[in-house]
Design a protein around this ligand. Structure first.
Ligand SMILES: [Zn+2]
Length: 346
């Protein structure tokens, strides 16, 4: 990532237009545009002004060229077709910016990674085979995945939870070197967030290199097998009733709609039964708000905050730690120095 790209990415991540940022900096839009297109290099003090206006350190932008590979566009994103381009482009810019932060942080803090996110060649492995292999590799217990976030963080996934300001984008993910990075929307219910996490995990395992045609279907198939392994869940999906769906949701931590889809794919319900469940759900208003979601154990990322705490424990002040993270000390949106109580809200 060039310096110009880093400036443009950070500006988009903060939701500024070129004109708005230029105005705040007291420079012309043409001058900012020249910086962003690498036609002119900002002086040290100009770069400082830009960085601090964006809540970052100049160093973060200045070292962007250390990031291997080009700016990631087309990050794997779980979003609806109706999501506004302005909204998801901003999220994509945020993900790219977090990649820069992560790059710096993992120089400063050594992570003890117990597990790994492996790469499976999607031309060789079916998504559900990959999901089964991953569960074996991680030696996960049979049955529901408790604390999915904990498992993924143990494999080094950096999960940043934020309010996306739209309910039309659930999450996005990207490798940053060897570091898997995921952004997760804080607003959907726990069961939906779990499915998104497993879906993004599928992308990270399957789509880091060669990308087959229908990556969305593959990632969803991976997520379904990972969270609801066919061998274990199939017998439980026979003779489904609404009451049974309630119980299964509590047990497996996935939505009733995901369970119905699973049952349909595993052929324990017919297409007609599936339709009649959905009609009933529509009548009850459950297509938009399912019951039981509030009772599920929340998925709570800890890794980002733990990195900040590790810096503090090294004897750094909060300001010094913020600067190492690439954030200006007064930026309240530093996920590495958010206190755990704030994280607990999500
Ligand atoms: Zn996806």
């Amino acid at each position: 990532m060039s310096l110009g790209e880093a400036i443009a990415t950070a500006r988009r991540a903060r939701g500024y237009t070129q004109a708005a940022l230029a105005e705040q900096l007291g420079i012309t839009q043409a001058a900012l545009s020249r910086y962003e297109h690498n036609l002119r290099e900002p002086t040290k003090s100009a770069l400082g002004d830009i960085a601090y206006a964006l809540g970052l350190t100049p160093d973060l932008l200045d070292h962007a060229d250390r990031m291997q590979g080009a700016l990631a566009v087309g990050a794997h994103m779980r979003r609806r077709a109706t999501a506004k381009a302005t909204a998801w482009r901003r999220l994509e810019a945020q993900l790219n910016l977090y990649r820069l932060h992560a790059l710096r942080l993992f120089d400063a803090v050594e992570l003890r990674i117990e597990l790994a996110v492996p790469w499976f060649d999607p031309f060789e492995y079916e998504p559900d085979t990959a999901a089964r292999l991953l569960r074996m590799q991680w030696r996960m217990p049979i049955g529901p995945v408790r604390d999915l976030t904990g498992w993924m963080e143990a494999a080094g996934c950096l999960i940043i939870v934020a309010d996306f300001g739209t309910n039309r984008v659930d999450g996005l993910s990207q490798w940053s070197g060897n570091q898997p990075l995921i952004m997760l929307n804080s607003t959907p219910p726990t069961d939906r967030r779990r499915l998104t996490l497993a879906h993004e995990l599928g992308h990270l395992c399957l789509h880091s290199q060669g990308v087959p045609d229908d990556v969305e279907a593959d990632a969803s198939a991976f997520a379904a097998e990972f969270l609801m392994p066919a061998d274990t869940i199939r017998p439980q999906l026979r003779n489904l009733t609404t009451g049974k769906l309630h119980d299964l949701k509590r047990h497996w931590g996935v939505s009733m709609q995901a369970l119905i889809e699973r049952a349909f794919r595993l052929k324990t319900i017919s297409a007609t039964q599936r339709t009649s469940f959905y009609k009933k759900f529509s009548r009850l208003g459950w297509r938009t708000h399912e019951p039981v979601s509030d009772e599920l154990a929340p998925e709570q990322p800890r890794l980002a905050a733990a990195i900040g705490q590790a810096l503090i424990q090294k004897g750094l002040t909060e300001s010094e730690a913020a600067i190492i993270c690439g954030f200006s000390p007064d930026n309240p949106d530093n996920p590495f120095l958010n206190d755990m109580t704030r994280l607990r809200l999500v």
